[in-house]
Ligand binder design. Structure first.
Ligand code: AMP
Ligand code: GLY
Length: 428
């Protein structure tokens, strides 16, 4: 079987790494891929947004399954285009991907199907939105409706910040068309977790929970980032919370999508806030999480490929997923300055030594080959990932591996999985 993985980050490296372990697979291609993915696959120079180019490649090479990593091509309808051409692609249609690409759509869907989430109101006019926030308690959350590369959300502690966020989005076009409408949302207090479910539109198979660390620096301080580390499972997702997420959130969401005429196939990423009154949805994403995928897939004992095929073919009821025991942790090594401006092209050394630490796998997120050397090529450079019998041993192995890797300006958080370790030690 020939498989094409679309994307070039740590999530896609983890997908290609896991897919490469399947006995069903003869050849993997990645578009555009990265030097880490090149260890499992042939990288082809087609951008993840070039749907025409990807379609032509998949047809010419008779690709049996295309796995779409990032949200943008899904929102742009890549799965619909592939389906029209008789090609199988894992992920939702553009109509179903609106669960991520339009927060207004997602909120209306949750309201219609009784899914627990923050109370909200939707606005296209800044004065109306400002009048509304003045009547609401603080903190309050302002969200651009469309895809804004993770930058469209402001959790405002004071009214001035809320007003600024509203004006930037609706009056100043800070997010382009994605910010022409916005959601003003009640602040949810609790601990966040990510929860992944596979679905063929009807059957739902829960994968695992995870937790990422969005702030740049230790102690959850500093600016927001794409994620500085993650671990799985997330202890906040107890068996009871797990059941509540499945029954109160994921099932009504997927059944509602089918009933409303746009069945959802692929992986559903539910970002939940575990509050005192149970789990409530913070966001839906229509793709695997990054960097959570890097800690969920190493824990999966089952072959991923039959599961992905079954999601496309409507046969997921014939499958279940088996897991390894223990826990998995990933530490992101980033370029100095990230998430603001940073340099590229710094030589990276020590990955081989890092991978000799038991249970360690290094996923590439922002790397390139230059003159035969591996160099940095992004803000988040590497995801140093370790399996362990528990969170503590996985953390220890991941940091032992990090200590072998060098590049100029490298930084990482030293407290990945602190919440899980705190719980283990009996702290709140
Ligand atoms: P989103 O892009 O919707 O995931 O939002 C980014 C981050 O903002 C989330 O991961 C949360 O940490 C925070 N956030 C979003 N919505 C809320 C909310 N209603 N209450 C509290 N925090 C929120
Ligand atoms: N880890 C956050 C995301 O993938 O959206």
């Amino acid at each position: 079987m020939r498989i094409l993985v679309i994307g070039s980050g740590g999530r896609e490296h983890a997908l290609a790494w896991k897919i490469a372990q399947s006995p069903l697979v003869a050849q993997i291609y990645c578009a555009p891929g990265n030097p880490g993915m090149a260890g499992h696959a042939k990288c082809v120079d087609i951008a993840s947004g070039d749907i025409d180019g990807l379609l032509k490649f998949a047809a010419d090479r008779k690709i049996d399954l295309t796995v779409v990593g990032p949200e943008d091509p899904l929102a742009a309808g890549i799965v619909d285009r592939f389906a029209e051409a008789g090609l199988r692609a894992f992920g939702p249609s553009a109509a179903a991907a609106r669960l991520e690409s339009s927060k207004a759509f997602a909120k209306a869907h949750m309201a219609r199907h009784g899914i627990p989430t923050a109370a909200y109101a939707e606005f296209a006019n800044a004065d109306d939105a400002i009048e509304y926030v003045k009547s609401q308690p603080l903190p309050i959350v302002i969200k651009a409706d469309g895809l804004a590369a993770g930058k469209g959300v402001t959790v405002a502690q004071d009214i001035e910040t809320a007003i600024r966020a509203i004006r930037e989005s609706l009056d100043e076009g800070a997010f382009g068309d994605a910010g022409n409408r916005l959601i003003v949302e009640e602040f949810l207090d609790g601990e966040e977790a990510s929860f992944f479910s596979l679905t063929d539109g009807h059957t739902i198979v829960s994968l695992a929970s995870g937790q990422d660390h969005k702030r740049a620096f230790d102690g959850d301080t500093g600016p927001n980032t794409g994620g500085m580390g993650a671990y799985s499972p997330a202890p906040v997702v107890t068996p009871e919370v797990h059941r509540a997420i499945e029954e109160q959130i994921v099932r009504p969401c997927i059944e509602g999508m089918a009933r409303d005429g746009h069945p959802y196939r692929g992986v559903l990423y539910t970002g939940v806030m575990v509050t005192a009154s149970g789990p409530r949805v913070v966001e839906f994403n229509c793709r695997f999480g990054d960097p959570e995928t890097q800690v969920v897939l190493p824990r999966m004992k089952s072959d991923l490929v039959p599961l992905l095929l079954a999601c496309c073919d409507g046969t997921l009821d014939r499958h279940r997923v088996e897991w390894h025991g223990g826990a998995c942790v990933t530490v992101v090594m980033a370029s100095g300055g990230y998430p603001k401006a940073y340099a590229k092209g710094m030589e990276i050394t020590g990955i081989d030594a890092a991978e000799r630490v038991a249970g360690v796998q290094v996923f590439h997120a922002g790397t390139a080959m230059k003159g035969g050397r591996l160099v940095t090529n992004g803000g988040r450079v590497l995801n140093v990932t370790a399996m362990g019998s528990g969170v503590a041993s996985a953390v220890e192995s991941a940091y032992a591996a990090v200590s072998h890797i060098r590049f100029d300006g490298a930084f990482h958080r030293n407290d990945i999985a602190h919440r899980a370790l705190g719980r283990r030690n009996g702290c709140p």
